[in-house]
Design a protein around this ligand. Structure first.
Ligand SMILES: Cc1cc2nc3c(=O)[nH]c(=O)nc-3n(C[C@H](O)[C@H](O)[C@H](O)COP(=O)(O)O)c2cc1C
Length: 218
C-alpha cells in the first residue's frame, strides 16, 4: 500500500477483534511515528505501549467512562429527559459503542514531555509546538498502522478521568496527554465515513484559499 492509499483508507476504527499485534508491527509503527517532524528537533514526546492485560482493560474502563461523560456533555438531552436519565442514556451508549475496547490488545498513549526551552513569555508557543509535534507523530502512527491492516482512532475520552489515567500509568503531572489510541485488528475496516459524518465533509475547495484568506480555491 503506498502513502496516498494508506492516508485515504485510514479510518477511525471503533470495533476491534482480540487478535494480538506482533511486537515487530508495534515497533515498526512506533519507529515511523518517531520520524515525524518535531519542533527544534526537541522530541518533547513520549509514548506508552500498554499491553499488560490488566492495565489495558483498566485503560478501556477509563475510556468508556470518559466517553459516557463526553456523550452526556456534548449530546444534548431531549426536552423531557431528566439529567439522571440523560446520564444513564450516555452510559448505555458508551457501553454500546465502546464496550469492545475491553479486549483491544494494545493501547498507545501519546504524551508531551515539557522541555522548558522557550522563555517564560513564549511558553505557550512551545506548548503548541510540542502538542502539534505529538499530533504529527500520531498521524504517522495511524497511517503506518493502516498500511499493515491495523486500526486506530484518535481518542481523548481519558481527559474526562485524567487523574485516574495518570495514576494507572504513572504519568507525571507535568506531562500532557493529548491523544491516545487503541491499536488492533478491526472487525472490518470502515469504508468511507458513516453517512452523518460524510454529510459534514466540506468541499475541499472551500477550505483552501489562494494567496489570501477569503479567496477560496475556484
Ligand atoms: C483531536 C481529535 C480527537 C478525537 N477524539 C476522539 C475520541 O475521543 N473518540 C473517538 O471515537 N473519536 C475521536 N476522534 C476521531 C474523529 O471523530 C474522526 O477522526 C472523524 O470523525 C473523522 O473520521 P475518520 O477518522 O474515520 O476520518 C478524534 C479526532 C481528532 C482529530
Amino acid at each position: 500500500m503506498d502513502a496516498d492509499e494508506a492516508i485515504r483508507l485510514r479510518r477511525s476504527v471503533r470495533s476491534y477483534t482480540d487478535q494480538p499485534v506482533s511486537d515487530k508491527d508495534i515497533d515498526a509503527i512506533l519507529r515511523l511515528a518517531l520520524l515525524a517532524p518535531t519542533g527544534g528537533m526537541a522530541q518533547a514526546w513520549s509514548f506508552i505501549v500498554v499491553r499488560d492485560q490488566e492495565l489495558r482493560e483498566a485503560v478501556a474502563e477509563i475510556v468508556i467512562r470518559g466517553g459516557a461523560k463526553y456523550f452526556e456533555t456534548v449530546r444534548p438531552a431531549g426536552p423531557d429527559v431528566s439529567p439522571d436519565e440523560h446520564a444513564e442514556w450516555a452510559r448505555g451508549y458508551a457501553e454500546q459503542v465502546l464496550g469492545n475496547y475491553r479486549h483491544v490488545p494494545v493501547w498507545i498513549v501519546g504524551m508531551v514531555v515539557p522541555r522548558h526551552a522557550f522563555p517564560d513569555d513564549q511558553a505557550e508557543w512551545e506548548r503548541v509546538a510540542d502538542l502539534v509535534s505529538v499530533g504529527f507523530a500520531m498521524e504517522n502512527l495511524f497511517v503506518a498502522a493502516r498500511a499493515r491492516g491495523l486500526g486506530t482512532v484518535p481518542t481523548v475520552f481519558h481527559w474526562y478521568a485524567e487523574d485516574d489515567f495518570r495514576a494507572l500509568l504513572d504519568i507525571p503531572a507535568e506531562f500532557e496527554i493529548p491523544v491516545i489510541t487503541p491499536l488492533g485488528y478491526p472487525t472490518e475496516f470502515p469504508v468511507g465515513l458513516p453517512p452523518a459524518m460524510a454529510a459534514k465533509r466540506r468541499p475541499w475547495r472551500t477550505l483552501v484559499h489562494d494567496d489570501h484568506w477569503g479567496n477560496p480555491r475556484a
